[in-house]
Design a protein around this ligand. Structure first.
Ligand SMILES: CC(C)(COP(=O)(O)OP(=O)(O)OC[C@H]1O[C@@H](n2cnc3c(N)ncnc32)[C@H](O)[C@@H]1OP(=O)(O)O)[C@@H](O)C(=O)NCCC(=O)NCCS
Length: 212
């Protein structure tokens, strides 16, 4: 369609610029996605969990695992690509965020914010009061993302990461059930949509029930 339209202007002095919009979709993890998730884990998290580990997430009722995929328009064909994933465990009224990863080729375009937004929204819907996570002290990008979403430092776990002996910062955010948080979620979503649109991305209507 796009190519046919461009062809129809060839040989004329009319120049045409078509903006490409690629679509993003958030869905719960499915069994078929497991091998691709393990591949993405290797390239974005350095091989944190095995296939068995991810399979356990599928089977666990307290695990809430969201997958971000993209539909890219290339010529006349659309191709689908796994772009990221995030997960939290609900433990009593606390959401423990265990994973957040975006494909290295697509970082810095707002997708990390989008996934975190949907995790927080889902946590609120699931009745969680607070959210918490651990982050390496050296992971400035992730830290700045979490701080932007209102997470506050509450302590440190000394030498928490076995590979480097690095400390983990413990972050918390409370008030997920407050009326203010509903407004904050709405503002985040607008800001995230704008930043994704500036990189040519648009969200598809939700396939997962994360209604507020
Ligand atoms: C951390 C991660 C999930 C962020 O996802 P992302 O798609 O790259 O981030 P976004 O584009 O949504 O940016 C979110 C915020 O992060 C910060 N950020 C993004 N790129 C940054 C950079 N190069 N330097 C510093 N901060 C940066 C900004 O605060 C940004 O918000 P802004 O665009 O409104 O300024 C992603 O980089 C990733 O998968 N990293 C490897 C795995 C990892 O570290 N996971 C977190 C474990 S706790």
């Amino acid at each position: 369609m796009r190519d046919r339209l461009l062809d129809s202007f060839k040989g004329t002095n009319i120049s045409v610029q078509l903006e490409t919009v690629n679509f993003l979709e958030i869905q719960p993890l499915t069994e078929e996605q497991l091998p691709a998730i393990v591949e993405l884990d290797k390239i974005s998290l350095g091989g944190l969990w095995t296939l068995e580990g991810y399979k356990r997430e599928l089977d666990s009722p307290s695990s809430h695992f969201l997958v971000l995929s993209g539909e890219l328009a290339i010529g006349e064909t659309n191709s689908s690509l796994l772009l990221g994933f995030g997960c939290f465990w609900s433990i009593l009224e606390e959401a423990h965020i265990t994973l957040l990863a975006i494909h290295p080729g697509y970082q810095g375009q707002g997708m990390g914010k989008l996934l975190l937004y949907y995790l927080m929204r889902l946590a609120k819907i699931q009745g969680m009061e607070r959210a918490t996570l651990e982050v390496r002290v050296s992971n400035g990008r992730a830290l700045s993302l979490y701080q932007k979403f209102g997470f506050k430092e509450a302590g440190k776990r000394r030498r928490y990461y076995q590979d480097t002996g690095e400390d983990a910062l413990i972050l918390w955010q409370s008030g997920l059930q407050s009326p203010e948080f509903t407004g904050i979620l709405r503002e985040w979503h607008q800001e995230i949509s704008d930043s994704l649109a500036s990189h040519g991305w648009q969200e598809k209507p939700l396939a997962v029930n994360t209604e507020q």
